[in-house]
Design a binder for this molecule. Structure first.
Ligand code: HEC
Length: 142
């Protein structure tokens, strides 16, 4: 699993020729980001029972059973795309997406930081998504 992710990060790194930052991603960072940005809908434990739940048309997914629902494998690429959202074309399981387009959102937030370019902001967005993936993979029910 981690191997696929590092490969992904590596090719992204080549693409943008930005400082290697695989080391800057971690389960802990993902956990903190999840608490700040995702728990309102998905619940602190990721079970889909956040306080925003009643305001949504579709119930937020239980994020601890992703692997279970995919034959025991955590589908990294699929989940990356669902979280990032910029390539979803609003199709697929997200339909009329109720979830923010995190790739865009994280990039926008990073662009607001002094000294950040669109390249470093893209990096920051991707790093955050990698950390979130590491965290989600860690909380899968066995
Ligand atoms: C405003 C509410 C809301 C927030 C905030 C939110 N989500 Fe979601 N998310 C949803 C809803 C609703 C669904 C399921 C329905 C759908 O497919 O649109 C979903 C689905 C998902 C899925 C797909 C799960 C599956 O099994 O198909 C993933 C992964 C996910 N969210 C991750 C995240 C992450 C990571 C964050 C924080 C960065 C986040 N979500 C924040 C509402 C939200």
């Amino acid at each position: 699993m981690t191997k696929t992710l590092s490969l992904l990060a590596f090719s992204v790194n080549l693409l943008f020729a930005a400082p290697a930052s695989w080391a800057q991603t971690s389960i802990a960072l993902g956990r903190a980001d999840f608490r700040d940005n995702c728990a309102s809908c998905h619940g602190l434990a990721g079970k889909g029972d956040g306080p925003m739940r009643s305001a949504l048309v579709k119930p937020p997914a239980d994020l601890t059973t992703i692997a279970q629902r995919h034959g025991g494998q955590f589908p990294q690429e699929l989940i990356w795309e669902l979280i990032d959202g910029r390539w979803s074309g609003d199709g697929g399981p997200h339909g009329s997406r109720e979830m923010p387009v995190w790739g865009q959102e994280f990039k926008k937030r990073a662009m607001g930081q002094p000294g950040d370019s669109s390249v470093t902001a893209e990096w920051s967005a991707r790093n955050r998504i990698i950390s979130l993936l590491k965290y989600l993979e860690d909380i899968q029910v066995k």
